[in-house]
Design a protein around this ligand. Structure first.
Ligand code: NAD
Ligand code: MG
Length: 360
């Protein structure tokens, strides 16, 4: 078991990473405020893990649960209301503690319910996908989608603890597993060259779901996310580097319709585009780009954008993306392998060429 700390003064919290820790009462006790607990999960995860968690906590607490429909399409205000209804029906007061049991969708919605229920209650993250374990459960961004935009309703609300049971990945489908690895690779590329080199040597182990390798990859990823978040909790500056590949990726996700490409798949292709552009601007070498492609292929992730999607379509969608400032396209690029930066210096021609280079 490893414990990391997210260093945010009075909002600091631990991240526990270990095998078979989901059902350890002692991991929860220091972080549950009073007697009431509300577990929020979905109808895919509930049959696998919910009863075990209820049994774990019932010894000490009044435990209720809400089971949401599974899917990004349910990450909205209507579904959020199911959580509030459950809390009110169970007479949960301001000292209740919410527990998010599931992937990023459950985590984001539970976090926002916690941020807003009775003007704010505490919550614990128990993430069960690679993506949520290495990314969404750490950092305090919570929220839901609006029909006019993804994650448009939300709040910053840090959890009291993050409990990462690496064994929960045993039941995760391969495609979701690979998609999460896109964010893992991202940490190496943006700020941790030694970790990137480790990934280059160990991707086969990760794909074989070697426990020790998974534990290390989660730990290194959370360490890097926690480090970036501690420097810039509300994304005024450096936190933006976490969006490497995301501006291109966001265009792909939007064009295809959410769910056709998984987020991590779009980020993978977007990262290859960002690396290609970085090389065209002289920051990294063509060999570096070839390595970036190779590692994504090894993780069974796409390295090309969707066949029929034209560069003009990318540009149109990227300019409405929130990463645009003052009419210039702000992009996260690689200054070196292991060092990302935000720049508005890329010309439209260069961006277009990078997209074309990454088309089928
Ligand atoms: P997800 O929550 O939809 O989970 C993916 C699928 O796997 C779902 O069908 C889920 O039910 C299933 N699942 C989860 N755990 C499982 C397990 N252990 N075994 C079997 N099936 C399991 O998707 P995700 O990729 O975890 O998260 C995506 C969401 O995270 C998006 O809504 C995105 O906006 C959000 N996100 C938030 C942040 C943040 O900082 N808050 C960062 C990145 C992404
Ligand atoms: Mg992401």
């Amino acid at each position: 078991m490893t414990t990391l700390n997210v260093d945010l003064a009075e909002r600091s919290y631990p991240i526990y990473i270990g095998s078979n820790i989901m059902f350890e009462l002692a991991k929860y006790q220091p972080h549950i405020v009073a007697k009431q607990v509300m577990i929020v999960t979905n109808d895919t995860i509930a049959p696998i893990y919910l009863q075990g968690l209820i049994d774990t906590l019932s010894a000490d607490y009044q435990v209720d649960s809400v089971i949401l429909p599974d899917g990004e399409s349910y990450k909205n205000l209507d579904t959020l209301n199911l959580i509030y209804t459950g809390l009110l029906e169970g007479k949960h007061n301001r000292t209740t503690t919410l527990i998010a049991l599931g992937g990023g969708v459950v985590g984001d919605m539970t976090g926002y319910a916690a941020a807003s229920y009775q003007r704010g209650v505490e919550f614990i993250q128990v993430p069960t996908t690679v993506l949520s374990q290495v990314d969404s459960s750490v950092g305090g961004k919570t929220g839901v989608n609006h029909s006019l935009g993804k994650n448009m309703i939300g709040a910053f609300h840090q959890p009291r603890a993050v409990i990462i049971d690496s064994d929960s990945l045993d039941t995760l489908p391969d495609r979701e597993y690979s998609a999460g690895l896109a964010e893992v690779i991202k940490y190496g590329l943006i700020c941790d060259n030694p970790f990137y080199q480790w990934l280059q040597g160990n991707m086969a182990r990760l794909m074989a779901r070697d426990k020790e390798a998974i534990h290390y990859a989660i730990e290194a990823s959370c360490h890097n996310k926690a480090k970036v978040v501690a420097q810039d909790e509300r994304e005024g500056g450096i936190r933006a580097i976490l969006n490497l590949g995301h501006t291109f990726g966001h265009a792909i996700e939007t064009e295809q319709g959410y769910g056709v490409w998984l987020h991590g798949e779009a980020v993978a292709a977007g990262t290859v585009m960002a690396a290609t552009l970085s090389a065209a601007m002289g920051f990294i070498s063509d060999d570096d780009v070839a390595d970036v492609k190779l590692i994504h292929r090894q993780a069974n992730l796409p390295i090309l954008g969707p066949k029929a999607m034209k560069p003009e379509r990318y540009l149109a969608l990227m300019s409405v993306d929130k990463k645009v400032l003052d009419g210039r396209l702000r992009l996260v690029l690689l200054q070196a392998v292991g060092r990302a930066f935000v720049t508005s210096d890329a010309g439209l021609g260069e961006i277009t060429q990078a997209i074309i280079d990454c088309q089928e």
